[in-house]
Structures are given as structure tokens and as C-alpha cells.
Design a protein around this ligand. Structure first.
Ligand SMILES: *Cc1c(COP(=O)(O)O)cnc(C)c1O
Length: 334
């Protein structure tokens, strides 16, 4: 089976399994796990922030950020197809007790300064006020779009002009960095917090990092505890995550394979693949996506539906060049 459903399906390498076994551990709720501490320091260095916090999932990291940055009853400004808005069970309403306001970032899901100014709500006797702008890069629902760092800066500056803090959902920020050939820290210059997944293209079995200023991470630490995300001998999962952090450059291969996959699928009748910018390929299907996916699954290829006539394929380290060619061949036979 060639599994193109997500870059989260990767299995840890032997080196990661060994790292987990041999990890130095302690009780991380007491701050005594040396491997977690090392991961947090390394992640902060890579992201160019004061500090970072190891969290069990990207969703928890985003939710902690929303809670830390806002006051109850404010608005959170989001792109209408963003993960925080679409795929996190209305967590902004449940955990931060805020009202989401969405803006349309167009084909590429980019929020520009004009969108921020239009979406900003000034607090008065009737209106709640905007408490947070949340950005996303790469943009998942738009097909792994790698938004340029200057665009992130510009939206963040516009929010700051109104005194509004900015969170960057950079679940796949590593991919954006590779696509733009800049260090991940280039994207965090103007934002107040950033969430990055280690368990997607980088291949760690579990975990994400939430990074920002010392003051932000201190408050995030308390909210992580509140949400039940305080972990004990978490060095067992931080050790493979440290290995994952070193795999960033290898994402270029996933991007190359995504282009190869898109070109191959686009040549097939009834399919139109969008040119990928990172490791995600969106494919428009003439027939219902579910029908196409059922046939692919029969033929040994897995992907996920994204819309009635759109499906998503992801490349990742468990997908080789041969797998890409085989996936196209099998899809051609359906
Ligand atoms: C996957 C993803 C998340 C959530 O990460 P989990 O670890 O699955 O909770 C958040 N934002 C984006 C853009 C994602 O793609």
C-alpha cells in the first residue's frame, strides 16, 4: 500500500527508536527531563525565539497560544480555510472563549495588511475587540502553499499597528523554509508565537513545539498544564523529536517527489493536479473524489478527500521515487 494520506503516517526510523530507548529522562512536570530541555532549547534556537515548549500535538499548541494571547470574549482573526478555524473543534471558542472572525485569503490563503485592517474590530461598548491574529504557513487547505516571509511580516505589522498580537500556525513551517530557501527563524521576526509540528514531514513519532518570548512560554507552560499536557518522562519522545529537527533539509526531496507525483497524475484522464509548492498535492477529479479514492485504495494507493471533487496527496519520507511512479501507474489503471 502506498500511503499518501498525510505526512503524519511516517514510522520512526531505527535511529529514532534507539534515541528513544537511550534517552536521558526525568520528570518534565518538574522541569527535570534533560532531553526535553535540550529539545526546547534547540527548537528556540532554530526558530529564533527566546524559548520553546514541547507539546503533545499541533492542535494543543495552537489552542494554548489562542488562550495565552487573548482575553475571554475577544475576537480571533483567522483565514477562513485555516486549520485553527476548520479542524480544531472550535477550540478558539471552547478554550480561549473567543469569537472567530474569518477573512478570505484567496487562492493562496494569504492574509494581507488590508485584510487585517478590514477584519480588525476596535473594542467599544458594543464590540468585543480583536485579541489575536492567527496566520498559517504552509497553508494546508490551500495545498501546502508556502507563503513568503515578507507577507507574514506585513500581516503581523498591520496587526501590531492595532496592538493585536500574532500567532503563526507553522505546523509545516519547515516546508515553507525549504521552499523559500530561508531559515525557519526568518518567518518569526514579527510574530509573537509560532507552533511547529515535529511529527509531520520531519518524522518524529509524537510532538510539536510552541515558541515565543520568555514571558509567552512561561504563560504557555501554565496553560499546557491546564489542558492536561504536562508529561512526565517525555524525553522518550523528545529524543526522536530532536533527531527529527535535524531532518529539515531532507524535506526538499519530499517537495521534488510531490512535483513528480503532480506531473504524473496531471497526465491522467479526469485528473488535474495543481503544481505543488511543498509536499502537498491537490488533485481535482472529474468524478466524485470519494469514488476515485475508493478505486485507488483497491489498487493500493491511499489519499484523502478534501472536497467533493478534490483529493489530497502528501509525500513524506516513507514514500520513495519508485512509490511515486507506482502510485501514478496504479492510478492510471483505475
Ligand atoms: C496538522 C496541523 C495542525 C495540527 O497538528 P496535530 O499535531 O495534528 O494536532 C495544525 N495546523 C496545521 C496547519 C496542520 O496542518
Amino acid at each position: 500500500m502506498i500511503d499518501l494520506r498525510s505526512d503524519t503516517v511516517t514510522k520512526p526510523s531505527d535511529a529514532m527508536r534507539e534515541a528513544a530507548r537511550d534517552a536521558a529522562v526525568g520528570d518534565d512536570v518538574y522541569g527535570e527531563d534533560p532531553t526535553v530541555n535540550e529539545l526546547e532549547a534547540r527548537a528556540a534556537a532554530v526558530l529564533g525565539t527566546d524559548d520553546a515548549l514541547f507539546v503533545p500535538s499541533g492542535t494543543m499548541g495552537n489552542q494554548i497560544a489562542a488562550r495565552v494571547h487573548t482575553d475571554r470574549g475577544q475576537e480571533v482573526l483567522l483565514e477562513r480555510e485555516s486549520h485553527v478555524y476548520k479542524w480544531e473543534l472550535a477550540g478558539v471558542a471552547q478554550h480561549a472563549e473567543c469569537q472567530p472572525r474569518t477573512v478570505d485569503g484567496g487562492d493562496r490563503g494569504v492574509i494581507d495588511p488590508a485584510d487585517v485592517r478590514a477584519g480588525y474590530v476596535e473594542e467599544d461598548d458594543h464590540r468585543p475587540g480583536t485579541g489575536l491574529l492567527a496566520l498559517e504557513n504552509t497553508h494546508n487547505s490551500k495545498g501546502g502553499i508556502a507563503i513568503a516571509p515578507e507577507k507574514i511580516d506585513a500581516a503581523a505589522d498591520a496587526a501590531h499597528d492595532h496592538g493585536v498580537p500574532v500567532h503563526l500556525d507553522g505546523a509545516r513551517l519547515w516546508n515553507a523554509a525549504v521552499a523559500h530557501d530561508v531559515p525557519p527563524s526568518r518567518f518569526t521576526r514579527e510574530v509573537d508565537s509560532v507552533l511547529c509540528c515535529l511529527s509531520k514531514g520531519l518524522g518524529a513519532p509524537v510532538g510539536s513545539v510552541l515558541a515565543g518570548s520568555d514571558g509567552f512560554v512561561e504563560r504557555a507552560h501554565r496553560v499546557r498544564k491546564l489542558m492536561g499536557g504536562g508529561m512526565r518522562q517525555a524525553g522518550m519522545i523528545a529524543a526522536p523529536a530532536l533527531r527529527a529537527l535535524d531532518r529539515r533539509d531532507a524535506l526538499a526531496i519530499d517537495h521534488e517527489r510531490a512535483r513528480r507525483l503532480a506531473a504524473g497524475l496531471d497526465d491522467l484522464d479526469g485528473l488535474t493536479a495543481r503544481e505543488p509548492e511543498t509536499n502537498i498535492v491537490l488533485v481535482e477529479t472529474e468524478r466524485p473524489a470519494e469514488t476515485v479514492l475508493d478505486e485507488w485504495a483497491e489498487a493500493g494507493v491511499l489519499a484523502v478527500p478534501f472536497d467533493d471533487h478534490v483529493l489530497r496527496c502528501c509525500t513524506h519520507w516513507d514514500v520513495t521515487d519508485d512509490d511515486v511512479d507506482a502510485a501514478v501507474e496504479r492510478a492510471a489503471g483505475t
